[in-house]
Write a protein that binds this ligand. Sequence first.
Ligand code: OAD
Length: 230
Amino acid sequence: MRDRHVVVFSGAGISAESGLNTFRGPGGLWEGEPVSLVATPEGWRKDPERVLRFYNERRKAVRAATPNLAQVALGELEQIFKVTIITQNIDDLHERGGSTNVIHLHGEIMKSRSSRDPTTLFACEGDIVLGQKADDGSQMRPHVVWFGESVPMMDTAIAVAKTADFLIVVGTSLEVYPAASLVDYVPYEATRFLVDPMPSGLTDEDFHIVEAKASEGVPRIANQLRALMA
Ligand code: OAD
């Protein structure tokens, strides 16, 4: 059945049970750090040290985290289906959970790049510090997409979304565009699931809403899909 394509669209909520903060809501990352100061080109120009500190902390947290049951269940689904993960997350928990086909719309915290050239990437395990220069002489920065920057992987993700037989949306508030528009590209016939303990903002009645945490809801859907194919 590896010709049936499961497309997963994930957000911060899928990593919450691995100990990584979501962005919105009480206790979210954007409550502690104003987005405009740490996740925009303007913030970077104004106070690069603050931006580096913010993402160095994210990298440390990601390194300390381990994949949870949701990410592992998606990794295991590759035994039966073609699976593509499209994630807004910058962590590598999908990969460490066993997924081999992951598109990162908003970049990857375990990679760095020069400020000038978004295409040449470097593995990055430790902190990036002010004064650390790339070969082109510009300051190194994390490989993350900031508000106001383009989302280079969007076209690839749209092409993938168009080939979905099943869509699992998990752990995202669907508030950030263009990423959130992906759900509109999924074929009409595809079966759609949404996993979120506090689903909001989705008016599409064609979704099966699974009001649960990712570690419970995603394995449940994976079992349903398995049963469907048995
Ligand atoms: P948000 O913080 O906006 O939304 C997280 C979603 O996860 C919410 O709907 C929560 O209800 C849900 N959630 C919380 N705990 C969960 C759990 N255990 N299992 C499942 N769901 C859970 O995060 P995103 O939608 O990912 O972009 O945010 C999108 C983008 O906004 C991010 O990629 C980032 C941010 O600003 C950039 O930095 C460019």
